[in-house]
Design a protein around this ligand. Structure first.
Ligand SMILES: Nc1ncnc2c1ncn2[C@@H]1O[C@H](COP(=O)(O)OP(=O)(O)OP(=O)(O)O)[C@@H](O)[C@H]1O
Length: 335
């Protein structure tokens, strides 16, 4: 049994367990040059239980997409451990992961390029069932059911349409139908609404949430917009420059953020109350670091209003600031 005692915020018995996970991309600037590493996911430990949702939040380039792709094993991690239903999936080759593919799915950000323009809705949704060898009669029923669940009804009106005949919201519903048609246990949704009109975002998030709740699907919801994470609100991981900044229950973290970066993300949420229109807001100035050459110590220190000497020198450990809330920040270290 692996030892997770160094990462007490994870539960090693849950469906998805990532322990000190790393995904470093190798980049070369010339044929004979030394390889450099882009540390896109660096020492990330999370666990997601059956039917549980985890929002993975951070600004562009923080490593969210990379983490999502590693969790679903579209990318093989370069370090650390990854388990699904107790089985090691970090080191398996693709051909040994068919069982895992059957139980997992991904919904991508861009419904305009993620659907094959030459296939109709029926084939797009049916394809994962064909790959899994489900017989044609059963396939037909499952496709119809999935389309009903994403509210593309009457189903007969949509089955033989092509992606270009659908709106952005309808295409994203087709992507969701394709993801759920095999009845997966775990879905990664990578910015599923960020390319859609504001008017259809809530609709899509509500559909995802109701499917997730009804089928008790474990869910990783990746977003740069912490305000949309409230739809998927069991746990939240805030990432900064490939590292974990804060992790805990969504409700507690949003109510009382501890990491200065989480505080800034929450401050940046637009406040609809007109009484607060002149109130001052903290914003994080500066740019996220280059992950091929991240700053020493805490990666956030160049932008942190509270940076101290130690932050420039030493990487902060994960510190439990409240029951179940862990923060990588020297402000909370007992010294
Ligand atoms: N194939 C790759 N090779 C080298 N570097 C990469 C590769 N893919 C991503 N990166 C780098 O890894 C870092 C994290 O990227 P990632 O896309 O995971 O972040 P993100 O938080 O999802 O950002 P975004 O919301 O912009 O997609 C970035 O610095 C990015 O440039």
């Amino acid at each position: 049994m692996p030892d997770f005692s160094d990462t007490p915020w994870i539960n090693g018995n849950q469906l998805v367990v990532a322990h000190r996970l790393r995904m470093w991309y190798t980049v070369r600037t010339g044929l004979f040059s030394k390889p450099r590493y882009v540390k896109a996911v660096d020492d990330v430990s999370i666990s997601i239980g059956n039917g549980e949702t985890m929002a993975i939040v951070g600004e562009s380039g923080s490593g969210k997409t990379t983490l999502g792709r590693v969790l679903i094993r579209l990318l093989k991690p370069t370090g650390g451990e990854l388990f699904f239903d107790g089985k090691d999936i970090a080191h398996e080759d693709d051909h040994n992961l068919l069982w895992f593919r059957r139980r997992t799915a991904i919904v991508l950000q861009d419904p305009f390029s993620s659907l094959n323009p030459y296939h109709n809705v029926k084939f797009i949704v049916e394809e994962p069932l064909i790959i899994n060898g489900i017989d044609p009669k059963e396939r037909d029923e499952l496709v119809r059911r999935a389309l009903e669940e994403v509210k593309l009804t009457p189903v007969d009106d949509y089955l033989y349409k092509y992606p270009h005949q659908l709106s952005g919201g309808q295409r994203q519903r087709v992507s969701i139908a394709r993801a759920i048609v095999t009845r997966p246990d775990f879905i990664v949704a990578d910015e599923p609404v960020s390319m859609l009109d504001a008017s259809v975002r809530v609709e899509i998030l509500t559909i995802l949430k109701s499917i997730q709740e009804r089928d008790k699907i474990a869910f990783a919801y990746i977003t740069h917009d912490i305000s949309t994470a409230k739809y998927f609100s069991d746990k939240i991981l805030v990432m900064y420059a490939g590292k974990m900044a804060e992790i805990g229950s969504y409700r507690d973290v949003v109510k009382e953020p501890h990491h200065p970066y989480t505080q800034a993300l929450i401050e940046a949420i637009p406040d609809p109350d007109p009484k607060n229109r002149f109130s001052e807001r903290k914003v994080v100035t500066g740019e996220p670091p280059n992950l091929a050459n991240p700053p020493p110590g805490c990666r956030f220190h160049p932008r942190c209003p509270f940076a101290m000497d130690i932050c420039r020198r030493e990487e902060p450990p994960m510190i439990e600031v409240k029951k179940g809330i862990y923060v990588a920040c020297w402000l909370y270290a007992k010294r």
